[in-house]
Design a protein around this ligand. Structure first.
Ligand SMILES: [Zn+2]
Length: 363
C-alpha cells in the first residue's frame, strides 16, 4: 500500500517537521492503493509522471511538492495543473518529502555533507519547541512494562541514545470514590502505594501515541501524568548542517574539490579570504537566511543556493559563501530516498528518475 511507504518515510522525516509554508505529504492518489513500483525524483513534473507511466511505477516520491500553493482550478493551464491531471488520469500517486527531509539529521543536508566528506556533523540551526516531557507515577512492579511501552511509542530518545528515562521511588496516595474501580485498594479507603515517578522526553508530534501507550500499559483506572513543554533546542531537527573537513584546505582548492565531489559546473562565490577551510556549513536549496548562523558557528565556508546579489554582501569576508545552485545542491536527495526505500522495501521496484528536472541551463 502507498500508505506503508509514506508512513515509513515519515518515521525518517516526520511531517510535523515541515515548515509552515510547505506542502509535504501525499499530494494526489489514494493511500490504500497497492504500489506497483516507486519512482524517485527531485521534482515531479510532467516528464517525470510520463517516466513513471512508462516504467510501471504508480508512486512518485519527490523532494519538491508540485502543488505548493492552493489550486482553485485544474484545467491544465500551467505545468502544475498539467502534471496533476496527468498523474490523476493515469493513477499515479505523488508524494512530497520536502522541508521535513531538510530539517532532519539524516536528510538532505546529511547527504551533501557525505558527498564532500565532512565529519562531526550537527544541525546548524536546531529548532526549539519540538520537545515535551512526560512525568507519570507507576506502581513499582509495573515500571519496566510501562517504560517499555513508552519507549516503543518513541519516548526517551536523546541524540544517539535510546530508552532514556529518569525514575525515583516514592509513595502514591489516593482514596477511590464509590464510582471508582480501583486496581489497588477499595472504595472509601485512603491508600498508599509504592510507586516510581518516571520522566521521559518525547517529540511533540508523538504525544497522542505516547499517551495511548501510557494508558494501555499502566494498570491504574485513572493514570496520573502531566506533560510539560521543554524549551530546549532539539539537536536532531532544524535547518542546515555544519561539520569539519578531515584536513584543512586552501580555499580555492576546497572550492575546486567541491565542484568535483558534487559534479557542479559553476560555483558563484564571494571573495576568497586568505584563511584555510576546516569548518563547513551548508544548506541544500535556498539557505541564505542561515548566513548569520554559519558565521556565528565559525564556518569558513557556507555552501547553499539561490543567493540574491545583495545577500552575497552578507559574507563580509567572515566566510566564503558558495552558491552551487538549487538543483545541484539537492540532486543527491534522490540517492538518499532510493537508498532508504530499497533498504526497507527490498522486493519493490524502486527506480531512479532519469529526467533532469533542473530548469536552469548554463552557457
Ligand atoms: Zn529545494
Amino acid at each position: 500500500m502507498i500508505k506503508d511507504v509514506t508512513d515509513y518515510l515519515e518515521t525518517l522525516a516526520p511531517r510535523a517537521y515541515q515548515e509552515s509554508y510547505d506542502n509535504a505529504g501525499l499530494i494526489c492518489g489514494n493511500p490504500t492503493t497497492k504500489v506497483t513500483g516507486i519512482l524517485v525524483s527531485l521534482d515531479c513534473i510532467e516528464a517525470v509522471v510520463q517516466e513513471a507511466i512508462d516504467s510501471g511505477c504508480n508512486l512518485v516520491v519527490a523532494h519538491h511538492p508540485i502543488v505548493f500553493r492552493g489550486l482553485k482550478k485544474i484545467t491544465g493551464s500551467n505545468y502544475v495543473e498539467r502534471t496533476l491531471l496527468k498523474a490523476i488520469k493515469n493513477d499515479i500517486a505523488i508524494y512530497a518529502i520536502h522541508t521535513n527531509l531538510d530539517n532532519v539529521h539524516q536528510g538532505v543536508n546529511r547527504k551533501i555533507a557525505e558527498k564532500i566528506g565532512l565529519r562531526n556533523l550537527r544541525i546548524l540551526d536546531p529548532k526549539k519547541g519540538t520537545l515535551s516531557k512526560l512525568v507519570t507515577f507507576v506502581p513499582k512492579e509495573y515500571t519496566d512494562a510501562v517504560l517499555a511501552a513508552l519507549h516503543e511509542a518513541g519516548a526517551g530518545q536523546i541524540g544517539n541514545y535510546k530508552n532514556c528515562s529518569f525514575q525515583i521511588a516514592g509513595k502514591g496516595n489516593f482514596k477511590p470514590t464509590d464510582e471508582a474501580n480501583p486496581f489497588v485498594g477499595e472504595a472509601g479507603h485512603q491508600e498508599q502505594v509504592d510507586e516510581n515517578r518516571v520522566e521521559l522526553v518525547f517529540p511533540n508530534y508523538l504525544e497522542a501515541k505516547v499517551i495511548q501507550a501510557l494508558r494501555n500499559s499502566h494498570p491504574y483506572e485513572e493514570v496520573a501524568y502531566y506533560i510539560t513543554a521543554v524549551s530546549n533546542v532539539n539537536q536532531e531537527v532544524g535547518s542546515g548542517m555544519i561539520g569539519e573537513l578531515e584536513q584543512e584546505m586552501e580555499p580555492l582548492a576546497f572550492l575546486d574539490s567541491l565542484k568535483r565531489s558534487m559534479a557542479i559546473a559553476v560555483i558563484r562565490h564571494t571573495s576568497v579570504i586568505p584563511r584555510k577551510v576546516k569548518k563547513v556549513a551548508l544548506c541544500g536549496g535556498a539557505g541564505s537566511f542561515l548566513v548569520p548562523k554559519a558565521i556565528q558557528a565559525g564556518a569558513d565556508v557556507f555552501i547553499s543556493a539561490d543567493f540574491k546579489y545583495h545577500e552575497f554582501f552578507d559574507a563580509e569576508e567572515r566566510l566564503i559563501i558558495a552558491d552551487i545552485g538549487h538543483y545541484e545542491s539537492e540532486v543527491y536527495t534522490k540517492d538518499l530516498l532510493q537508498e532508504v526505500l530499497i533498504k526497507k522495501f527490498p522486493t519493490f521496484a524502486i527506480n531512479f528518475s532519469k529526467t533532469v528536472t533542473n530548469p536552469i541551463s548554463y552557457l
